[in-house]
Design a protein around this ligand. Structure first.
Ligand SMILES: Cc1ncc(COP(=O)(O)O)c(C=O)c1O
Length: 307
């Protein structure tokens, strides 16, 4: 199906892709004052069902983040969840999908304060495969762009405007011949990728930056931590120094779009012989099984779309 034929939920109405338009005075466009989510739907092994991955957690997160911007969504969280499922259902997707909901200040005046602006939302979805193309370990770099801080543009709130920070880092990385950028905090510790959390493996243990390292507290990160704990791998949240990136045993990025993607080099220094490490590969398999509905104990992570 061409994306141009997709049905979009815009402020409570299901409209065609070409009619999903917003006004030039939209505050979220002028000032980036919106919160959004990226959610995946996975075909199960029978290919007859599409299951939305950790829908409840994504909706809880966008509602929590809306409150940071003082956005008052015009629908309840349950209605919003139903809308997400319904968008996938109405489009009849029989593939893996990526869903993009957003809540933002809409049409109104010109000022920075969003007084008098409506609170709008949309939900659209598209067929989606691998974010980084053919699966292979990534060549990443440490970006000269520093991660935004919680006291300036809180990365934890998934605010649309703060993604300019991610865009600058990822486009510069690509122009320099890398697949992705890792950003450091203002204190010089590892924060995260432009759209992914980062894990390293040292001596059989998983290490990931803490929430205080200006990260988005990823739902995939949480899933990885649970999968690791369930298979007896110790997970430590602590600051990571730049040089640890060069000397670790394994590294991977994780996020809704990236899923679990191994890293083969950082700043042209090879990690785990440039291949996916053993713990990374184990976690990738466990994640794939859980997302495809093959593991009963993670069944509550999945919301089926079709009857
Ligand atoms: C900056 C950033 N970090 C981390 C993540 C991973 O978060 P999640 O696993 O909830 O998709 C994302 C993805 O949305 C992101 O944009």
């Amino acid at each position: 199906m061409s994306q141009k034929e997709n049905i979009v939920l815009l402020n409570g109405k299901y409209v065609s892709w070409k009619d999903a338009r917003i006004h030039v005075s939209t505050h979220g466009l002028l000032y980036g004052s919106g919160v959004f989510e990226g959610i995946r739907g996975y075909q199960d092994r029978s290919k007859a069902q599409v299951n939305i991955f950790r829908l409840r957690e994504h909706v809880e997160r966008i509602y929590r983040n809306a409150s940071i911007l003082r956005l008052k969504p015009p629908v309840t969280a349950d209605e919003f969840s139903d809308g997400i499922v319904e968008v996938v259902r109405r489009n009849g997707f029989q593939t893996d999908v990526y869903i993009r909901p957003m809540i933002y200040f809409g049409e109104g005046g010109i000022g920075i304060k969003p007084k008098g602006h409506s609170t709008d939302y949309f939900i659209f979805a598209t067929e989606f495969g691998n974010y980084f193309g053919e699966p292979r370990p990534l060549n990443v770099c440490v970006s000269s762009w520093v991660r935004g801080t919680n006291n300036s543009m809180p990365p934890s709130a998934k605010i649309s405007g703060s993604y300019v920070n991610s865009m600058l880092a990822s486009v510069d990385a690509m122009e320099a011949g890398f697949d992705e950028a890792l950003m450091l905090t203002h204190n010089g510790y590892v924060s995260e990728g432009s759209g992914e959390n980062v894990f390293i493996v040292k001596g059989g243990k998983l290490i990931t930056p803490p929430v205080s390292a200006d990260i988005l507290e990823g739902i995939t990160r949480d899933s990885v931590m649970r999968l690791a704990a369930d298979s007896g791998i110790q997970v430590i949240e602590r600051d990571i120094s730049r040089t640890e990136l060069y000397t670790c045993d394994e590294m991977f990025l994780c996020g809704t779009a990236a899923q679990i993607t191994p890293v083969g080099s950082v700043d042209r220094r090879t990690i785990s012989n440039g291949a996916a490490g053993e713990i990374t590969s184990r976690l990738m398999r466990a994640f794939e099984s859980a997302a495809r509905g093959a593991e009963k104990r993670y069944a509550d992570w999945l919301t089926p779309v079709y009857e």
